[in-house]
Ligand binder design. Structure first.
Ligand code: SAH
Ligand code: SF4
Ligand code: F3S
Length: 487
């Protein structure tokens, strides 16, 4: 739809918080808005519609949103007709309360009804009244909505939404609902379509991808799906997030090891190294099972880079419990650890458990953990020096090192690599693949300055033409980054 000449085109901006689910959902929000005739706002300009896709996993996410909304009061006053929409997990949690705390909001929508956004914006405009629409269960898989992606080489593909677990600290199941699985045929059709459009890398997404199949009664559905992705011609890289140590079965390890395009990378949330705390968290594995799993993965996939999520200061966590977490971190030699200070979430069992750990103690443990985890990441990065890596050049990831003329991307193991631009090779574009030798290591990235080869790809060609308009199947989008987290 295009705006009539008499009607000024309205612009939009979507601000995304939280995890990859929200990034995936935001592609749909942008896609729907563009299909409804909105244009992306130019950088630095004020949009006519500003959408916040929110997260509620920790308390600071809440505080940040309400802070942002209050800063917008004068901005909205200066821009008559501007609309503010709040969606995502915090909207699902706070619902109409958002309007009470931030009366300048025009639309509130939840995690189950992304598709309602354009209609709610229109209704709020016509009726001059804020609209709140929250559903208790999923209306449509976001995957069926139009998508607007930023780059041509990588895409998220949702395998499931929601989660059937009940980790005692976690608010996600109450905001995203129980697990709903997409059918393998739908997923593979989407993958095939994306690859036809030039996508080289997909990341399969779910809160607990290993449980995939519970809804249609196939316990090996996820390993089958990985193997099926291996048969898609032209698909170079397959990743997934997140698995759960409890459901991480041998058939998945075998599928990873035996499927060439499944990348040697695994994000395996630990949460705690203490058996007592894992029990209190209702995480059904124990330290020895977790470390045993990593051994099995490394035996099958020797160069696998394993990352994790860890919570520090869960209620009742003693110094000994925390030492168990430090022990696992030392043993596991993670390639990256996303560490979080425990944050009580309303309605979760852990929020009312006795022995809440004082903030100072949580914070001191957090610092110790981060120091140890980072030192190991750096050592592991340093061990890569001298090896050869294939870097899929990313759009806007990391930095373009102006001083040394480098572009950035990810290796097969998902490590961030800054790679030299060598004039004796073609100029690498986002989506091209550079083979280079790693020459330096830093705590959060590698540098590969000895370029051996630049492979120009269809995705690279596509990055040179302006982004296509939103389509039902979607074109392109940014590099699936691993989770970016902090306390
Ligand atoms: N389904 C994913 C994670 C979802 S939330 C999984 O199970 O891996 C992302 C991460 O946030 C979790 O892995 C956990 O480490 C962290 N997290 C969740 N709830 C939290 C809380 N109440 N306080 C601190 N960190 C939390
Ligand atoms: Fe939350 Fe646990 Fe489900 Fe992950 S597996 S979303 S941490 S309840
Ligand atoms: Fe946050 Fe919701 Fe993801 S609470 S971490 S955006 S599922």
């Amino acid at each position: 739809m295009t705006a009539s000449p008499l009607e000024a085109v309205r612009t939009y901006e979507v601000r995304t918080y939280g995890c990859q689910m929200n990034v995936h959902d935001s592609e749909r929000l942008s896609g729907m808005l563009e299909q409804a005739g909105y244009l992306p706002v130019a950088e630095g300009d004020n949009p006519d519609v500003l959408v916040f896709n929110t997260c509620a996993v920790r308390e600071n996410a809440d505080n940040k949103l309400y802070g942002n909304l209050s800063h917008l009061v004068p901005v909205k006053a200066r821009h008559p007709g501007m609309q503010i929409a709040v969606g995502g997990c915090l909207a699902q949690k706070d619902q109409a309360e958002i309007l009470r705390r931030a009366p300048n909001v025009d639309v509130v929508f939840g995690t189950h009804n992304l598709g309602s956004l354009p209609v709610l914006l229109e209704r709020a405009r016509i009726e001059h009244e804020a609209q709140v629409e929250i559903r208790d269960s999923l209306v449509d898989f976001p995957s069926v909505l139009p998508a607007k992606r930023e780059a041509a080489y990588a895409a998220w593909v949702s395998v499931s939404v929601g989660c059937n677990n009940s980790c005692t600290y976690c608010i996600v199941p109450s905001l995203r609902g129980g697990e709903r699985d997409r059918r393998p045929g739908d997923i593979l059709a989407e993958v095939g379509m994306l690859v036809q459009q030039g996508v080289l890398e997909i990341t399969l997404l779910g809160q607990n991808v290993n449980a995939y199949g519970v809804e249609f009664g196939d316990r090996q559905a996820f390993s089958r799906l990985l193997r099926a992705c291996g048969t898609v011609e032209g698909l170079e890289r397959v990743r997934f997030t997140s698995p759960h140590p409890h459901d991480f079965t041998d058939d998945v390890i075998a599928a990873m090891a035996e499927t060439d395009n499944v990348m040697p990378q695994l994000h395996m949330p630990l949460q705690s190294g203490s058996d007592a705390i894992l029990r209190a968290m209702r995480r059904s594995y124990r330290q020895d099972r977790y470390l045993g799993l990593l051994d099995k993965v490394r035996a099958a996939i020797p160069d696998a880079a394993i990352t994790t999520d860890i919570i520090v200061g869960f209620p009742g966590e003693t110094e000994e419990d925390f030492e168990q977490t430090m022990h696992v971190v030392r043993e596991a030699r993670f390639a990256g650890a996303y560490t979080f200070i425990y944050s009580p979430r309303p309605g979760t069992p852990a929020a009312t458990m006795p022995d809440q750990v004082p903030y100072d103690v949580k914070h001191a443990r957090y610092r110790r953990l981060v120091d140890v985890a980072n030192a190991i990441v750096w050592e592991e990065n340093t061990a890569r020096i001298g090896s050869t890596v294939e870097v899929l050049v990313a759009l806007g990831e990391g930095r373009k090192d102006a001083a040394r003329d480098r572009v950035s991307g990810r290796g097969p193991d998902n490590r961030l690599v800054h790679v030299a631009i060598d004039p004796s090779h073609p100029l690498p574009r986002p989506g091209d693949v550079v083979t280079a030798e790693i020459t330096q290591a830093a705590p959060y990235h590698l540098i590969a300055d000895r370029v051996l080869h630049v492979r120009r790809t269809r995705a690279g060609d596509a990055s040179e033409v302006p982004a296509a308009p939103a389509t039902g199947s979607g074109v392109s989008l940014g590099m699936p980054a691993i989770r970016v987290g902090s306390a």
